[in-house]
Design a protein around this ligand. Structure first.
Ligand code: ZN
Length: 150
């Protein structure tokens, strides 16, 4: 059975302890700063997007809580190789999951590993920690210098 709660904790601990794709990226074609004033999470996201709108590289650095760090780590893994159009669809799917009712099962087929972050819905004050990196990536792709969760 899919035990969301314990999987959630395992994944958060793992990705917070050893975040994937952590660091700067240079050269990079797109980047943005993200800030979540509710929790104090800050991150800088770097993307390398090629002429075919494919995200070739994604990296991040910053200071944040375990959830924001783990979410950014998972997101960079999930979006490398996607087109910006596919990113937009995944953004919507992730955002829907993070803000949906806790009774609604996450769309695992679409979200893959990201589905474990549905566990954040049990802690409404932390939802913005999980969505910050997504808003920051969207800002970077849209050519905005920064994103805020408020
Ligand atoms: Zn946070």
């Amino acid at each position: 059975m899919f035990d969301l709660h314990s999987l959630y904790q395992q994944v958060i601990v793992d990705h917070n302890k050893s975040p994937r794709n952590y660091g700067t990226l240079s050269p990079c074609s797109h980047d943005a700063e993200g800030y979540n004033p509710l929790c104090g999470d800050q991150l800088h996201l770097y993307l390398e997007i090629d002429d075919d709108d494919v995200i070739k590289q994604a990296r991040f650095e910053g200071e944040g809580c375990a959830i924001s760090t783990a979410s950014a780590s998972l997101m960079t893994q999930a979006i490398i190789g996607l087109t910006t159009e596919q990113f937009a669809a995944l953004f919507d799917a992730f955002h829907h999951m993070a803000t949906s009712d806790t009774q609604e099962a996450p769309d695992q087929e679409r979200l893959g590993k990201l589905a474990v972050l549905a566990g954040v819905r049990e802690f409404p004050s932390r939802i913005k920690c999980a969505t910050l990196c997504w808003h920051t990536a969207k800002a970077a792709i849209d050519g905005q210098p920064s994103a805020k969760t408020e």
